[in-house]
Design a protein around this ligand. Structure first.
Ligand SMILES: [Zn+2]
Length: 481
């Protein structure tokens, strides 16, 4: 790696093959590429709003014995896209950062977040196909585990809080939500995941002789709670997500998401932290990560940079932080960094996303500062489809921007599994990855078969099992040099 450090293409090839463990921060709909959203819209017979460069619902009209989708006057049927290259190109640009040039009234930040609405509207039954796409991409880059942020059915959540008013007493709000049947959609949410998993397995031919490499990628879901909704809705989503994660092992945790500089995100932030503190008290075993500190000077006022990361750690007691870009602008950053190191709160680092959305990169990004203070970090993609990148791209960027060594990269890969939300004990005796737990003794370094004591440990811990697999892969990769 030292020999090819300044050769981007050779470096990319090397890092693509390197075992990278997990991608812990990936929004499924943003991880899917625009081409897939367009294919799905064609299958769903949606319309395209030519002005907004966005999908629109078609109106079903009776034609003979059948219903036929009809588009409005200024719209064209998505089925015409394969023959309309110009509109196709425009949509790919509209759904991603490809070729984006800031213009009057549209910043990169807005273009990025608006993409979700523009490609939205396709049928949620495509979810399994999306998981297969993202898993296939992961497999091709020697990534073995994914935590994918999704939003299973929450139609009832949209209506359940409509005539509720916010009050400080979270317990009474919770009782009201429960009485209104908040948890009634849990079976529907689980059925949604069943359907997604079945479609993923079907598309990958998993369990058959034609099984694709995507099947070997372990995936878990993270339930997203949208912050830019009324507070009672944030509470309802959180309680729903915590319940879902506590009854369905495929849901590995909860994440608080959404543009952090929006009005509600800023004005209600402290209440959101109280909501998570409250929910964590009810469900102490459920893991939590949250988008915090995806801010920078200028995007919000200096006062707005006071304390989001700190409150996420101190009040919500989050296990991980997504982004954490503004940490050096917060009050007493040194104490904050030391606290995060002591509590081993991992920061999910999204370098390209931060450059695109916040304009923060290089020495203005706190990635090297987190490392200096011993705060655990891992590289992740955020929205690889919108950014039109992959995790390998982020490894290349990290090496080029921060002069990382191969040993540094190995630590990032190991962190991604050590701080994953997979259940079970760690394979490692400590977070410095110096030594394996006693049961696995000196088995380190890609031994083909674990000892019997170690095998027992691996059988009882999905996390340790994945960690063992990463060490095996690293051993095999390194043996090639
Ligand atoms: Zn994110």
């Amino acid at each position: 790696m030292e020999r090819i450090r300044s050769e981007p293409l050779a470096l990319r090839d090397f890092l693509k093959r390197m075992p990278k463990g997990a991608d812990l921060h990936s929004h499924l709909s943003g991880a899917v590429y625009a081409e897939t959203h367009i294919r799905d819209a064609i299958a769903d017979e949606l319309c395209v709003d030519q002005g907004a460069k966005a999908f629109a619902k078609s109106q079903p009209v009776v034609a003979g014995a059948e219903l036929q989708p009809v588009c409005e006057e200024d719209q064209v049927p998505a089925t015409e896209l394969p023959k309309n290259q110009r509109l196709y190109n425009d949509l790919v640009d509209s759904f991603s950062m490809r070729g984006f040039v800031p213009s009057a009234g549209v910043t990169a930040h807005d273009h990025f977040f608006d993409a979700f609405t523009k490609f939205g509207g396709t049928d949620p039954r495509h979810t399994g196909e999306w998981v297969d796409e993202v898993a296939a991409r992961a497999a091709s880059q020697n990534i073995q585990y994914l935590e994918l942020m999704v939003t299973p059915t929450w139609r009832r959540l949209n209506t359940i809080t409509r005539d509720m008013t916010w009050r400080e007493d979270l317990k009474s709000l919770k009782d009201e939500l429960m009485a209104k049947g908040l948890l009634g959609d849990i079976p529907a949410a689980r059925a949604f995941l069943d359907e997604a998993d079945a479609l993923r397995r079907d598309r990958g031919h998993c369990g058959t002789p034609d099984e694709t490499p995507a099947c070997q990628v372990e995936a878990r879901y993270i339930y997203q709670v949208f912050r830019n909704t009324p507070r009672e809705s944030v509470l309802a989503q959180a309680l729903f997500g915590f319940e879902l994660a506590s009854v369905d092992p495929r849901v590995a945790g909860i994440n608080l998401v959404g543009s952090e500089d929006n009005y509600a995100a800023m004005a209600d932030y402290a209440d959101h932290m109280r909501i998570f503190q409250f929910a964590r008290g009810l469900y102490p075993k459920v893991h939590v990560s949250m988008h915090a500190g995806e801010l920078t000077l200028g995007l919000v006022s200096p006062e707005g940079l006071c304390c989001h990361v700190r409150q996420a750690v101190e009040i919500a007691r989050t296990d991980r932080i997504g982004h954490g870009v503004d940490v050096m602008y917060e009050e007493d950053p040194e104490a904050q960094l030391k606290d995060m190191a002591a509590k081993q709160v991992l920061v999910e680092i999204n370098l390209t996303s931060n450059k695109d959305v916040l304009g923060v990169s290089g020495r203005n990004h706190p990635f090297p500062i987190y490392r200096k203070f011993g705060v655990p970090v891992a590289l992740s993609t955020d929205d690889e489809g919108i950014e039109r990148i992959d995790l390998t791209h982020e490894y290349v960027r990290a090496v080029e921007s921060y002069d990382l060594s191969y040993a540094d990269l190995k630590q990032l890969a190991r962190n991604s599994l050590e701080y994953s939300f997979l259940p079970g004990v760690s394979l490692w005796a400590g977070p410095d990855f110096a030594r394996l737990v006693d049961a696995c003794g000196s088995d380190v370094g890609g031994a083909d078969k674990p000892s019997s004591a170690c095998e027992t440990l691996l059988k009882g811990s999905e996390k340790a099992e994945q960690q063992w697999e990463l060490e095996r892969r690293l051993g095999a990769f390194e043996a090639g040099f």
